[in-house]
Design a protein around this ligand. Structure first.
Ligand code: NAP
Length: 470
C-alpha cells in the first residue's frame, strides 16, 4: 500500500473560533439530519484528493462521542483543559443529555462554549450529522463491535478524521474491509487502538526502529516487547468488551481464526510473514536470554502485535519484510521468577476458561467485573504506572534496548491522556501528517508527532537504554 501525501489542508483555527461562540449552549437532539451531509461538506475534487472534503467550515474541531462513560468522562476533562485558549471548537456527545450537562458543569472552569450533542450510536442519521459537523471525532463508546460501526461508516463517508479506543481486532478488520477504499477517497484518517492498547507498543517499536535506522542504517529484524510493570485497574467498558469477545467466540466461526492470525490486520496480499500464530490461551513460560528473566503470556499481546505488524505493512515495510515481533510480560530470574510466571499463567488460563463458559461468565460479570461507567478509584488511577522493555536484534546480532514508561494507571488515566493527544494531533497536526485518507495505526498516521505530544502531555517517556554503535 502506498502512502499518499496530503499537503495544504486548510487551517480551521479562525473558523473554529467563530463557531465555538455560535456553539454556546447548543444541544442537538436529532431524529433526522437537519442539513444534507453532502451539501454541508463536499467539495469534490481538489487539493486534498479525489472526493476528499474541505473540513474548514465544520462546526466543531473535535467531537468527543461517549463523554459520559468511565473513560469518556476523563477524556472530556482532559480535552476541555487542553482545548482551552487554543481556539478549538469542542462538543461532547452521548445518549443521555442530563449526564452530559453534569459532565460539562463539573469541569474545573465550567465551559459553556462546549456544545452538547445527544443521540444514539445506532441512529444512522444522527451519526451522519455528527460526523458531518466535525473535523475530528474521538469515540469511547464501546464495546466497539456493538456500538461503533455506524459512526466509523459516517466518518468515512464524510471525510471526518476519527480515533478511538478499540482493541477488538475482529471488529477493526471488519471496518477496514468495509470502508478502507472509501476512506482513501474521502480523506478520512481513521485510527483505532489509541489507548494503552496499542500506542505504547506501536510507538515504542517505531522509536526503537528509528534509532536502529539512525545508528546502523538498517532496522532490527526482531523486536520483543516485555511488559515489566503494570499497576492499575480497568473499567467497565473493558470488561464489557472482553465479555462480548467471549460471546462472539461462541457464535462467529471466524473469530478464533482471526485471533490466531498474526497478520489479521495487515492489508490483503500482505498477510504473510515469519511470525507464528498469536495465542490468547497460551500456557508458555519461557526464558528471555536478553533480559535474564522468565516471561509469561500478556493478555493484550496478540492485539498489540497485530497493530505493530499492520504498522510495518502499511508504512511500506520500514522494519523489513522478515520482521518478527512478539509481546509478552516479564517476571524475573531464578526459581522465584519461574514460579511467579507459572502461577500468573495458570491463573490467567483459569480466568479465560471461566469467561468462556456462559454460566461462569455471567456470574463474573455480575459479581466481579466492573459495570459500565465504573473504573478504578482516583487513588488507583493516580498511583498507577507501567513499563515496557523493548529488545531489538540487528541483522548482525547487535542488541538494542529501549524503555517505554507511563505514569498513571494504564487502562484509564494513561489511556485517556493518550486518546486526548491523538484527537488533538488529528485536529492540529493535519497539515504535518504524511498520510491521506485510510485506516491507519497510531504509528503510521501520527508517529513522532504523537510521540512528542504524549511525552509532553500524557506522562509517557521513550528512552534508549542500550544502543551500541555498529
Ligand atoms: N485501548 C485501550 O487501552 C482501552 C482502555 C480502556 C477502555 N477501552 C475501551 O473503551 C471502551 C469504553 O470503555 P469505558 O470503560 O469508558 O466504557 P463505559 O464506562 O461502559 O462507557 C461506555 C459509553 O458508551 C455510551 N453508550 C453505550 N451505548 C450507547 C449507545 N447506544 N448510544 C450512545 N452511547 C452509548 C455510554 O453512555 P451512558 O453513559 O449513557 O451509558 C458511555 O458513555 C470499551 O470498548 C473499552 O474496551 C480501551
Amino acid at each position: 500500500m502506498n502512502l499518499s501525501r496530503v499537503d495544504g489542508q486548510t487551517s480551521t483555527r479562525a473558523a473554529a473560533r467563530r463557531i465555538s461562540h455560535e456553539a454556546g449552549e447548543q444541544t442537538t437532539q436529532v431524529e433526522s439530519p437537519v442539513e444534507s451531509v453532502s451539501e454541508a461538506s463536499e467539495v469534490g475534487v481538489g487539493a486534498l484528493g479525489v472526493g476528499a472534503r474541505d473540513l474548514s467550515g465544520r462546526a466543531f474541531d473535535i467531537v468527543l462521542w461517549g463523554a459520559t462513560g468511565a473513560t469518556g468522562r476523563r477524556v472530556a476533562h482532559h480535552l476541555a483543559r487542553r482545548c482551552r485558549g487554543r481556539g478549538l471548537g469542542l462538543a461532547f456527545g452521548g445518549r443521555n443529555r442530563a449526564k452530559l450537562e453534569k459532565i460539562r458543569e463539573d469541569l474545573p472552569d465550567s465551559d459553556n462554549h462546549i456544545a452538547l450533542l445527544t443521540g444514539d450510536s445506532h441512529g444512522k442519521a444522527f451519526m451522519a450529522e455528527l460526523a458531518a459537523r466535525a473535523r475530528v471525532v474521538v469515540s469511547t463508546v464501546g464495546p466497539f463491535a456493538l456500538y461503533g460501526s455506524e459512526l466509523v461508516a459516517a466518518c468515512v463517508a464524510n471525510g471526518t478524521h476519527y480515533c478511538d479506543l478499540a482493541a477488538e481486532p475482529q471488529w477493526i478488520r471488519a471496518m477496514i474491509d468495509a470502508h478502507e477504499a472509501r476512506a482513501r477517497e474521502t480523506g478520512a484518517r481513521i485510527v483505532h487502538a489509541c489507548g494503552h492498547d496499542s500506542i505504547p507498543s506501536d510507538l515504542g517499536v517505531q522509536f526503537l526502529q528509528d534509532a536502529a535506522l539512525a545508528r546502523h542504517g538498517v532496522p532490527c529484524k526482531r523486536v520483543t516487547t516485555r511488559v515489566t510493570r503494570m499497576k492499575g485497574g480497568f473499567s467497565g467498558g473493558t470488561a464489557a468488551s472482553f465479555v462480548n469477545a467471549m460471546r462472539l467466540r461462541d457464535t462467529d466461526p471466524d473469530f478464533d481464526r482471526l485471533s490466531r492470525d498474526p497478520y489479521a490486520l495487515c492489508p490483503e496480499g500482505d498477510r504473510e510473514g515469519p511470525d507464528g500464530p498469536d495465542r490468547m490461551m497460551s500456557l508458555e513460560v519461557t526464558w528471555d536470554a536478553d533480559l535474564q528473566a522468565w516471561t509469561k503470556p500478556y493478555f493484550m499481546g496478540p492485539m498489540n502485535s497485530k497493530v505493530v505488524r499492520r504498522s510495518n505493512a502499511i508504512m511500506g515495510y520500514p522494519y523489513g519484510r522478515d520482521f518478527r515481533y512478539q509481546e509478552t510480560a516479564l517476571t524475573r530470574g531464578g526459581i522465584g521468577g519461574w514460579w511467579a510466571a507459572m502461577r500468573d499463567t495458570v491463573f490467567g488460563r483459569l480466568f479465560l476458561i471461566a469467561m468462556a463458559i456462559p454460566v461462569t461468565r455471567g456470574l463474573l460479570q455480575r459479581r466481579v467485573l466492573p459495570a459500565s461507567g465504573e473504573g478504578p478509584s482516583k487513588e488507583v488511577r493516580e498511583a498507577g504506572s507501567y513499563e515496557l522493555l523493548l529488545v531489538g536484534e540487528m541483522p548482525d546480532g547487535i542488541i538494542l534496548k529501549a524503555r517505554v514508561t507511563g505514569q498513571g494507571d494504564p487502562a484509564v488515566r494513561s489511556t485517556t491522556l493518550m486518546l486526548t493527544e491523538a484527537a488533538l494531533c488529528l485536529a492540529e497536526d493535519a497539515d504535518r501528517m504524511e498520510v491521506g485518507g485510510g485506516f491507519w495505526t497510531p504509528a503510521a498516521a501520527m508517529g513522532k508527532l504523537l510521540r512528542d505530544r504524549i511525552t509532553t502531555h500524557a506522562g509517557l517517556a521513550f528512552e534508549l537504554i542500550e544502543a551500541p554503535q555498529g
